[in-house]
Design a protein around this ligand. Structure first.
Ligand code: ZN
Length: 496
């Protein structure tokens, strides 16, 4: 098909992703160096002969990395390979001390899975081609500018050998929005599995393949003929590091490719770099082909039989299933159920609170109050992990009617977060304990004694007088009295 014909036709977007996920293991994938950067660590201090690629050093596979990959495979409904093995991917780059990367090629640990995404109420299954294990290279620091303008470049191997899983999807995405929804969902699942930490810098790195094909080549269910895909030139966009970045980079690329086609120009098959700060993609180099990497078997690592691990390694209830269960088991509406299952820690905490108190009260306090106040302060539940029992105590104070809901929300919770105090201390310091009936009785009598005009207005049948007196009592109690009780006590005294 020529570009000439193409420019007349309506176009459909075809996107596939390669997502590099940094696994949360204690040590690197082929050596015992830590994966956790020390505070203010110096470059090239978290290294050993293996991850520096020194002659004679031999890799030993980290079992925890393999376990994480099996968990990911299970969560993505993928097949776990009977036999999986490692290959060397050969290329020269200063961050790669061995001049090859140990990765997987023809026998990845996981293959043929799916992940369901939902965009504006429409659900679609995205096919997962494969997920394989590999090692991360080191990192480069370009001094005095970018890669093109730097005076010199330093290399740091502290990251070299960090375990990664690369998840490759089918070209199943039909819009940039779908990729964003997929990445958010994937991240949620990975966090539930406990194999990934989204707060770690660079823990998710994304490459995207994108092309435009004539819309009439797409079937009703979204499948596209192999021929149409072959015929379209695609670009690979690298250097994407967030969900939002993926949506923006791909939206830019859709427009760029459409413009080229509509002007009768062919889209170059090339690799492009997403420049986040400028919001554009720029041409990097013509795309390498698989044969350029001269893949061959990694003879230092024996093949691995892990199929039975699928049975032996459990995974937790995943977010979709949990959301559904919260809805049916606790009768929680969809929006709250979504908030409550956003991370495993939030969901676990909700269930702890719901077990002790009432599910509705727990849902309000966790989904609306706690998450709302945390969000307002740009905090996550992980920032208060060690104080969850204090929040449970606050809910207990509310449930036992020892502090009013209003005071608990507006004073106690906020001071807990802003000042780090525990709820009992705040209630005592602020005098928020609910006044008992004797005390309120005293305030009621005072209000009656101090306001004879209002009392006589009340007896003359003026409705506003009672409200005025209730207000006086509430003021005396500093908000700790229950307005209903005050109302009732006042009537009793005035009608005596
Ligand atoms: Zn090492």
């Amino acid at each position: 098909m020529t570009a000439q014909a193409l420019e007349q036709r309506e176009l459909a977007v075809v996107i596939g992703l390669e997502v590099h996920v940094q696994l949360e293991t204690a040590t690197k994938i082929f050596c015992s160096c830590s994966t956790e950067p020390a505070e203010d660590e110096e470059p090239n201090t978290r290294v050993c002969p293996v991850c520096l690629g020194l002659p004679g050093a031999l890799p030993v596979l980290n079992e925890a990395a393999v376990e994480s990959a099996v968990k990911i495979g299970k969560a993505l409904n993928a097949d776990i390979a009977e036999d999986t093995r490692f290959h060397r991917k050969n290329y020269y780059y200063p961050d790669l001390p061995k001049n090859f990367q140990i990765t997987q090629y023809d026998a990845p640990i996981c293959a043929d899975g799916t992940l369901e995404v939902s965009v504006e109420g429409t659900r679609r299954d995205i096919g997962i081609t494969r997920a394989h294990l590999e090692e991360d290279p080191g990192s480069l620091q370009h001094k005095g500018g970018s890669i093109d303008t730097a005076d010199y470049t330093l290399v740091n191997y502290n990251r070299a050998g960090t375990p990664l899983v690369e998840i490759v999807t089918e070209p199943d995405f039909r819009s940039p929005q779908e990729t964003r929804a997929f990445l958010a969902k994937l991240e949620e699942v990975l966090e539930y599995l406990g194999v990934f930490d989204a707060t770690r810098d660079g823990s998710l790195r994304i490459d995207a393949n994108i092309s435009l094909v004539p819309a009439d080549e797409v079937d009703g269910d979204g499948t596209i003929s192999g021929e149409a895909l072959e015929a379209a030139n695609r670009t690979e966009v690298k250097n994407i590091s967030s969900h939002k970045g993926a949506e923006k980079a791909l939206a830019y690329e859709v427009t760029r490719q459409k413009n080229a086609i509509q002007r009768g120009r062919a889209v170059e098959q090339e690799t492009r770099h997403w420049d986040e700060s400028r919001g554009i993609t720029v041409s990097m180099r013509s795309k390498e082909e698989e044969k350029d990497y001269r893949y061959f078997r990694e003879a230092d690592l024996p093949p691995l039989q892990v199929a039975h691990w699928k049975e032996e390694i459990p995974i937790p209830e995943l977010p979709d299933a949990r959301r559904e269960r919260f809805h049916t088991e606790y009768g929680i509406d969809e929006e709250s159920a979504s908030k409550l299952t956003s991370t495993k820690e939030v969901a676990d905490f909700f269930e702890d609170v719901a077990a002790e108190f009432d599910a509705d009260l727990a849902a309000t306090w966790v989904a609306d109050n706690l998450l709302g106040e945390l969000n307002y302060r740009d905090m996550q539940i992980t920032d208060v992990s060690d104080r969850l029992d204090e929040f449970t105590r606050l809910v207990e104070l509310v449930a036992a009617d020892e502090v009013t809901t209003k005071n608990a929300e507006e004073i106690v919770l906020r001071e807990m977060l802003d000042e780090g105090k525990d709820p009992d201390t705040i209630v005592e310091e602020e005098g928020l304990g609910k006044a008992d009936d004797d005390e309120i009785g005293g305030f009621v009598q005072e209000a009656i004694d101090e306001n004879p005009d209002a009392v006589s207005d009340y007896h003359d049948g003026e409705g506003g007088a009672l409200n005025f007196l209730v207000g006086q009592v509430m003021q005396k109690s500093q908000g700790s009295a229950d307005p209903g009780t005050v109302n009732q006590l006042l009537r009793e005294r005035l009608d005596e």
